[in-house]
Design a protein around this ligand. Structure first.
Ligand SMILES: Cc1cc2nc3c(=O)[nH]c(=O)nc-3n(C[C@H](O)[C@H](O)[C@H](O)COP(=O)(O)O)c2cc1C
Length: 157
């Protein structure tokens, strides 16, 4: 199995989860690449971050691979922002190559939990539009102990 773990993270929580996923997969002898999305201009105002997420803006990203043909599985992760995925996710999925017949898994980290299911729903829809089959999903509270979510991830993957 060749997997791409694609994610955005502002304050490091989603980053930690993404790296934990990579560790689990590589410890099983699988190949997995980490693709971290970074906007050219990182928005620093909370209000504007929420507005951009809520209105599904597509910020320009620092160039990264968008050709996912060599992967048979895509794992896509985001923090919940204003009940939705972080805007970088919108840009990336819009730009990436066809995901026809690829397996996909979505995950989100969250604070209060408001909008967490909606966030996954939106990501699933975006991936399905590109042709992927979303088979699994996982939600992780940003402050959840890594030992605990690692076990949940091991069971899921
Ligand atoms: C702009 C912004 C909007 C947020 N909106 C929500 C929200 O609607 N629901 C929620 O549960 N958490 C919300 N959060 C909390 C984040 O989802 C949570 O802290 C997440 O784990 C941060 O991930 P990161 O460290 O990878 O950036 C928001 C955080 C930010 C910065």
């Amino acid at each position: 199995m060749n997997t791409a773990v694609i994610y955005y993270s502002l304050s490091g929580k989603t980053d930690k989860v993404a790296k934990c996923i990579i560790e689990i997969l590589t410890s099983r002898g699988e190949h997995a690449d980490l693709i971290r999305l970074r906007p050219v201009k990182e928005e620093t105002s909370f209000k504007r971050q929420c507005r951009d997420a809520f209105f599904a803006k597509k910020p320009e990203l620092i160039p990264t691979t968008t050709d996912l043909r060599k992967y048979n599985r895509i794992i896509l992760g985001t923090p919940v922002w204003a009940f939705k995925p972080a805007p970088s996710i919108n840009t990336y999925i819009n730009m990436c190559s066809s995901l026809d017949a690829k397996e996909a898994i979505v995950f989100a980290t969250y604070g209060s939990g408001v909008g967490r299911n909606n966030t996954l729903k939106i990501m699933k829809k975006m991936l399905q539009t590109k042709g992927a089959h979303v088979t699994k999903e996982i939600l992780i509270q940003g402050n959840e102990d890594q030992g605990i979510y690692r076990k949940r991830l091991e069971n899921l993957l």
